[in-house]
Design a protein around this ligand. Structure first.
Ligand SMILES: [Fe+2]
Ligand SMILES: [Fe+2]
Length: 284
């Protein structure tokens, strides 16, 4: 079941069809990337897009953040939940709207989004257990790790159908099937869109290496390792959600994070409760 060369060239060419972001969304990213941006800059740019701001506001009011009073404006949300959280919520909404919302008849994007939320929450929880200082970043890195699959769903849904069929007929995981078929993997398509959309490096590396965390060196190794472990834990706890995940944990990653079995038990106890409180993310 190998795809012929001509077909592979067509697939690679279809990568030129990766959608672009509209002007306001590009501005959101440049504010997010600029270390000199203020809370007011962020609130201003999000508020320029009514659909984006109403979704960010809805998520800010979700049980997940547990704020007792209603948050009624974006600037209030930035003050209460912080610059990083709101910046990442905006990125998450933009990605959802551009890529995940489009349902193709052949693949279950809703299940992929559910998996993405699970991995985001697992990543955040692992970060808490490991006392990782930047847990807001872990949430968005987990949320977007499989963005490359959503890219396929937009530019070439037949590829997804084909890879999933290979998984069904073999015991290969989705990532292994991509390698087996010698097509660009969802790590690669994900990296291409992250670079095209100018996403922060920390997100780009989590997307491009969540199956190959030991390729990442230095400061980003920990965060990509957390996303890698979160992905596998999520698949163990919540099942594969029809997407044939990898089953092998990278031992080097596990050891480097110094994870203990009791920490994992605690996380598994906590995850379902947290996921319950994140229902608004599921029904955006
Ligand atoms: Fe993946
Ligand atoms: Fe995944």
């Amino acid at each position: 079941m190998i795809i012929d060369r001509e077909e592979i060239i067509k697939i690679i060419e279809s990568l030129n069809d990766i959608p672009t972001l509209n002007f306001i969304h590009q501005k959101v990213i440049s504010v997010a990337n600029d270390p000199l941006s203020s809370a007011a800059d962020l609130a201003k740019v999000i508020s320029m897009d009514p659909a984006l701001s109403s979704k960010v506001l809805k998520l800010s009011n979700s049980a997940y953040y547990g704020f007792p009073r209603k948050v009624s404006s974006i600037s209030q949300a930035v003050t209460i939940l912080g610059f990083k959280t709101i910046k990442n919520l905006a990125l998450g909404v933009m990605v959802y709207e551009s890529l995940f919302k489009n349902q193709t008849a052949s693949v279950d994007m809703k299940k992929l989004w559910e998996h993405s939320i699970n991995v985001a929450i697992f990543s955040e929880l692992l970060g808490e257990k490991l006392n990782y200082p930047n847990k807001e970043e872990l949430f968005i890195c987990g949320l977007l790790h499989d963005i490359g699959k959503a890219v396929w769903a937009i530019i070439n849904p037949d590829i997804l159908k084909y890879v999933l069929e290979v998984c069904r007929k073999t015991s290969l995981s989705f990532y292994e099937a991509e390698i087996h078929l010698e097509i660009p993997s969802h790590q690669t398509t994900g990296e291409i869109i992250c670079r095209k959309w100018n996403f922060p490096e920390i997100i780009t590396l989590s997307v491009s290496n969540h199956h190959t965390p030991t390729n990442v060196k230095d400061v980003y190794f920990d965060i990509v390792s957390v996303v890698h472990v979160a992905d596998l834990l999520s698949n163990t706890v919540f099942g594969h959600l029809n997407w044939y995940p990898s089953k092998l944990i990278n031992v080097e990653t596990w050891n480097a994070l110094k994870l203990k079995p009791n920490m994992v038990n605690e996380i598994v106890q906590e995850i379902k409760k947290r996921f319950e409180s994140a229902k608004d993310f599921l029904n955006m």
